[in-house]
Structures are given as C-alpha cells and as structure tokens.
Design a protein around this ligand. Structure first.
Ligand code: GTP
Ligand code: MG
Ligand code: ZN
Length: 303
C-alpha cells in the first residue's frame, strides 16, 4: 500500500528531524508553495516544500530566512483520501469531521456523492456529517426523506442557509474543539458557508501581497480559525474546492461494508458475503434500496 509506506516514511523522518526545528501547520496549498502558520507566535509564512504535504499537516521547517523550506510532516492522525483519473491523493490531514455540504435544490442533492464521501470520511477515521445549505430556497420532500434516513443511520445533519445566516450559530457551536472540512459539489455554497462561519475569512483569503492575486478562488484547500469564544477550545474550518466526482477506489472490497452501518454486522448465509446478490444475502431486507444500489456500485470501484 503506497499510503502505509508514506506513513512509515513520515514517521521515520519525524524521528530523524532536528528536535529544535520550528514547527507549524499547513493552512493553504498553492502549487509547489504552501502557507504555514508557525506554532510559535502564530505568524504565517509562505514556503517551498521538500515533502508532499497537504492542508492540516503538522510540519517542521528547515533552513533560515529565504532558504527556509518545509522539511517534512509528522505522522497524520487522519488522512482524507480521494481517488480519480490522476490516481490517489490525500485531500487533507488531521481533520476530524467531513461536512458534506449539499444544496437543497440547486445543484440537486446527489445521494451517490453523499454515500461516497461518507465512506471516505469513515475510511479516514473522521466523522461524516451532512450540511444541507440553501434551505431558504425550499426543501424538496425527497431530500427530507433521504436526510431522515441518514439521521437514522447516525449521521449528524445540519439544515441551514449561509446566505440568510439561518442556523449558522448552532452549526458553528458544533465546530469548536475540532477541525471540520467543508466538501461537496461545486456551487453548493461551501465558501459562502465559510464566510458565514468566519466573517474575517474573506479578508484573510485576500493575501494579495503574499500570493499576488486579488481574489480568492477555491482552487486549493484553505484553513481558517473559528472566531474565538470565551471558555471554548478553538476550532478550524477548511474550505475545499468543489468536486464533480469523488473516487473511493482505495477502499478494499471486503472492507466497504464496514462503512455502511446498516450492512456492517449483517448475518447472511455465507460469512464472507459481500452483499452483491449472493444466495441467502440478507442485505435486501436490511438496507434501503437506494443505499444498497450505492453500495453495490461502489463495490465495483473498490480494490
Ligand atoms: N439561495 C442561496 N444561495 C446561496 C446560499 N449559499 C450560497 N449561495 C449561492 O450559491 C452560489 C455558490 O456559492 P459558493 O459559496 O461559491 O459555492 P462553493 O461550494 O464554494 O463553490 P466552489 O468553490 O465552486 O466549490 C453563490 O451564488 C452563492 O451566493 C444560500 O444559503 N442560499
Ligand atoms: Mg468555494
Ligand atoms: Zn449479504
């Protein structure tokens, strides 16, 4: 597995690094550069990298002044992965919650994408949650039915409107003390939601002087701190570029059922049943038909 090798390499590099090397967190990626926030003092620096890091990585810095580079990253607590035409890649590191942002109507709610991302979240060791944005535009009955099903499966659900600031405060409350990634189809309102959650986000993403661009376009992951609240631990929100597809080809076929709670402990006639139409399979009775269709489609993609 390329990822366990990567992990082992990161662990070895972390052991070898100079103990005194300054440490930081990667908050934004742009090409071969990254923006990091230094642990000591909290200033941000734009640096080149020697290792393949992603947003959320805990890194150490080698060299001084203009020769400073990101030397490597510490072993990751969680690693959100995605497969696609260009292979397997890590989307972000050390996040706790994958907030799957959907729009009530436009763009339409896509069950397939939600199911894929829930699998990716679970496979990463993160919690998957569904955020239904644009609730000001009305909520179709079939979307509400789907959400009720996910809620029944234990997935946290939030219904809100970034534009009208509806239910934003209660969503923000739930984000303190952890790192949450906003992901989903392009145009569902992830960046709008980020702005509603962190009013300074717009100013912060400007950084014209650092990046030489006047406007934030969601082309790379970018992390922001939640506004501090007395008595509360901090919280971080990561805005991701929109996705059209979300591949989960890195998941093993026989492990896929683990990420579908309604299938995880199912007892079928054969103990090694993968719930793909085998004789005596109990999945059809136990699982919602649309979810089962999702599962069987994903099974073909798994390795
Ligand atoms: N009606 C309504 N429109 C919204 C809401 N939130 C966002 N929008 C609109 O949806 C459009 C897309 O919003 P963005 O925040 O750019 O979407 P995004 O998910 O960040 O898109 P990408 O960066 O392309 O992935 C914009 O025109 C927003 O004004 C909402 O709560 N209600
Ligand atoms: Mg965006
Ligand atoms: Zn079965």
């Amino acid at each position: 597995m390329p990822f366990s090798t990567g992990r082992a390499r990161a662990a070895k590099a972390a052991r070898l690094r100079t103990v005194q090397a300054p440490t930081a967190t990667v908050v934004e990626m742009v090409g071969k550069w990254v923006r990091v926030r230094m642990d000591l003092g909290g200033d941000e620096r734009r640096l080149r990298v020697k290792a393949e890091v992603v947003a959320g990585d805990r890194v150490w810095i080698e060299g001084e002044a203009e020769n400073a580079v990101v030397g490597g990253y510490e072993p990751r607590r969680t690693e959100l992965r995605r497969s696609g035409n260009s292979g397997l890649r890590v989307v972000c590191a050390n996040a706790d919650v994958l907030a799957i942002v959907c729009a009530a109507q436009d763009p339409p709610f896509r069950v397939g994408l939600v199911d894929r991302m829930l699998v990716a979240a679970n496979a990463a060791g993160m919690t998957g949650a569904i955020v239904l944005n644009k609730c000001d535009t009305g909520m179709p009955e079939e979307v509400l039915e789907r959400l009720a099903l996910y809620e029944h499966l234990g997935v946290p659900i939030f219904m809100l409107s970034a534009l009208q600031a509806k239910n934003i405060d209660s969503f923000r409350e739930s984000l303190y003390g952890r790192t949450t990634v906003l992901a989903g189809h392009s145009g569902v309102g992830k960046s709008s939601l980020l702005r509603a959650l962190v009013p300074e986000a717009v100013r912060e993403v400007g950084h014209v002087d650092v990046w030489g661009r006047g406007r934030h376009t969601t082309t790379g992951a970018c992390a922001f701190d939640l506004p501090p609240e007395p008595g509360k631990a901090g919280g971080v929100v990561v805005d991701l570029p929109g996705v059209r597809e979300y591949g989960i080809g890195f998941v093993l076929k026989h492990e896929l059922r683990r990420y579908f709670p309604e299938l995880a402990d199912l007892r079928c006639r054969y103990a090694d049943c993968v719930h793909d139409g085998e004789d005596g399979c109990a999945a059809e009775d136990a699982c919602d038909p649309i979810r089962l269709e999702s599962y069987q489609k994903l099974l073909e993609e798994c390795c």
